[in-house]
Write a protein that binds this ligand. Structure first.
Ligand code: FAD
Length: 304
């Protein structure tokens, strides 16, 4: 579905993110989660793309399976580092034929380790991928005359590789000027960082919907992993204090994390955020509990 149709249907979007599973069992678990989360009526679900294209085929196949088996609007992530123009064009062709209308265009991170390739590919930054998708759209290769809508990543606390926050905003604006029509942010735990980012985007002339990325902490190990994956993410002192009070009790840590994420979502919706994007880690329980804590059965009540 094209992002402008998603927006028209649900003014404020609530969406969920999944990653491609690597085993049959994990795939079964994911489809159970998808079936449960479908009842919450998300505006769309997005499917990540492993670093350096490591899940290229898995992501592609999962996108098509979710599209075939459900009525959900599916938004594939696509990273460009290490890819040729032909690699990307072939994925775009396949997604266009399958009726996919929206793509998240990302640079990705270089893979480290022995399997790393020295070839950087044809794209240096996500803005180059956004331009390439626009060229694809202009060739009329998509059955929808509008072509693909494109989303890009934003970083309320800054991207770790660009310490210069003024330049970073120029780079984000370049992605929007190249044709991106919405932004999904990196996860964050202090909504003030998001509101400040949203204001800075506005000052920079960025006028597209900015969707807030929220990920509940469900365990101490998960929290440490988040610190590694979302480099630079700040855990506010009140959150750390609440987690410390929970001690080694996993269930208490989970309750603290869910309470925090619920309050983040409530506050974001009260502040008329364009959308909330929940990182599910392919599980449905935490997301369903957030909806229950907010006292709603599905997204229509959340955004109404
Ligand atoms: P870019 O916007 O290209 O930025 C990359 C870096 O280059 C930044 O530091 C930026 O400031 C800098 N930069 C940009 N333009 C220029 C320029 N012209 N000159 C100099 N410097 C410049 N990763 C995956 O591998 N798979 C995924 O599915 C995935 N999904 C994500 C979803 C979201 C919502 C977010 C927030 C991130 C996701 N990532 C994913 C992580 C992302 O790929 C990394 O954070 C990556 O390092 C940056 O990607 P980007 O698209 O923001 O790149």
């Amino acid at each position: 579905m094209h992002f402008s149709d998603i927006l028209r249907e649900q003014g404020t979007t609530v969406s969920f993110e999944f990653f491609p599973p690597r085993s049959e069992k994990a795939s079964g678990d994911l489809f159970r989660s998808v079936a449960e989360l479908q009842l919450l009526k998300p505006a769309f679900v997005s499917i990540t793309y492993g670093a350096g294209g490591s899940t290229r085929q898995l992501t592609h196949d999962l996108v098509l399976r979710v599209r075939e088996r459900t009525k959900l609007a599916v938004v594939p992530h696509l990273t460009c580092l290490g890819h040729s123009r032909a690699d990307i064009a072939s994925l775009l062709d396949s997604y266009a034929s399958a009726g996919i209308g929206t793509i998240m265009a990302l640079r990705g991170d270089p893979i480290k380790g022995p399997s790393a390739s020295a070839d950087p590919g044809d794209f240096r930054f996500a803005s180059c991928l956004v331009k390439f998708i626009q060229e694809f759209n202009e060739q009329g290769s998509h059955p929808d005359p509008r072509g693909f809508a494109v989303g890009v990543a934003g970083y309320p606390e800054g991207h770790h590789a660009t310490p210069n926050r003024l330049r970073e905003m120029d780079y984000l604006k370049a992605k929007v000027d190249a044709g991106a029509s919405f932004i999904i942010t990196q996860l964050f735990f202090d909504n003030r960082d998001f509101y400040d980012f949203r204001e800075r985007c506005h000052l920079a002339g960025i006028r597209v919907p900015i969707i807030a990325g929220v990920m509940p902490i469900t365990s101490l190990a998960g929290m440490r992993k988040m610190a590694d994956l979302a480099l630079g993410v700040r855990f506010p002192a009140p959150l750390l204090r609440a987690v410390a009070r929970a001690g080694e009790d996993d269930e208490c840590v989970r309750r603290v994390g869910l309470h925090w994420a619920t309050e983040q979502c409530r506050d974001l919706l009260d502040h008329r955020v364009s959308g909330v994007h929940l990182y599910t880690l392919n599980k449905s329980t935490a997301t369903r509990e957030i909806y229950a804590n907010l006292g709603v059965k599905d997204s229509t009540a959340l955004v109404g």
